[in-house]
Design a protein around this ligand. Structure first.
Ligand code: TMP
Length: 254
């Protein structure tokens, strides 16, 4: 449990100062919010599962050459990550029409896309994370053209890897959101994958039945939310060692 200095508290995570300079401890909460905090709640055990699922996915991505902020998991709810300067752009990759894109364009949810689509949203709670174009991102200086290229090519590789990984456990990766950060090391700057990848930030549908195994169960009041997250962890073969009974885990302390 962290007795470190708190740097930031977000909707699903708390960030603490890490043990060494340039590191951060990410604490995963059970709190859930949707529609920019208009809906709030708790998903028991979510923090423990997301900590473990994000560790698993980021480690797999690192193994295939994607640089990530993940260093190591510290305990049930915390992981050590590299400190980065977050690029204020949410990158969304879509393989199947769903969510805000289906609504915005009047396309029925579940339609397969002829090609994967990458969307960019400006990170701003006040503005509800509006969708923006590459021109907005470079014109307003949120990222350089070179950084955009790197984020785009990494996102496509991440999509390929994660789609295959989830397909292998009977899950369709419908879409997901990722964030990148600038990591400064030895006077060099690199773009690396940051934040988390979990059922909070992905749409995951069972391949056979179409059952939703992600945060849409919370957003849309479908019930069995914790069970869906647990099923994802179970299929990945990474339910916490002590089993679901311990999913509650310790509470954050300052
Ligand atoms: P959307 O269809 O609501 O735009 O969401 C696309 C994907 O991004 C979906 O997998 C959920 C994820 N997402 C987040 O992780 N955080 C957010 O704030 C939003 C809006 C979406």
């Amino acid at each position: 449990m962290s007795r470190r200095r708190q740097i930031y508290e977000g909707k699903a995570k708390v960030l603490f100062e890490g043990p060494e300079p340039g590191t951060i401890v990410q604490y995963f909460k059970d709190d859930a919010t949707a529609y920019n905090k208009k809906k709030t709640g708790t998903i028991t055990g979510k923090g423990v599962l997301n900590n473990r699922i994000s560790e698993y996915l980021m480690t797999g991505l690192a193994d295939m050459g994607i640089p990530t902020h993940f260093v190591r998991r510290l305990n049930m709810r915390e992981q050590l990550v590299k400190e980065v300067e977050i690029i204020p752009v949410e990158v969304i990759a879509r393989n199947v029409a769903a969510g805000s894109m289906a609504k915005r364009l009047g396309i029925s949810e579940g339609s397969a896309l002829a090609r994967s689509i990458v969307e960019w949203c400006y990170k701003s709670d006040e503005l509800d994370d509006p969708i923006v174009s590459e021109e907005h991102i470079t014109a307003f200086g949120w990222a350089t053209p070179q950084e955009l290229d790197e984020m785009m090519s990494m996102t496509l590789r991440i999509n390929d890897f994660l789609s295959g990984l989830f397909r292998g456990i009977g899950i369709r990766l419908v879409d997901f959101k990722i964030e990148f950060g600038r990591y400064y090391f030895n006077d060099e700057e690199r773009i690396i994958l940051a934040d988390e990848i979990s059922p909070d930030s992905c749409r995951l549908w069972d391949l056979k039945t179409g059952k939703k195994l992600d945060k849409d169960r919370f957003r849309r009041d479908m019930g069995d939310v914790a069970e869906a997250y647990q099923e994802v962890a179970q299929r990945l073969g990474i339910l916490p060692e002590s089993g679901p009974r311990d999913l509650q885990g310790p509470k954050a302390m300052q």
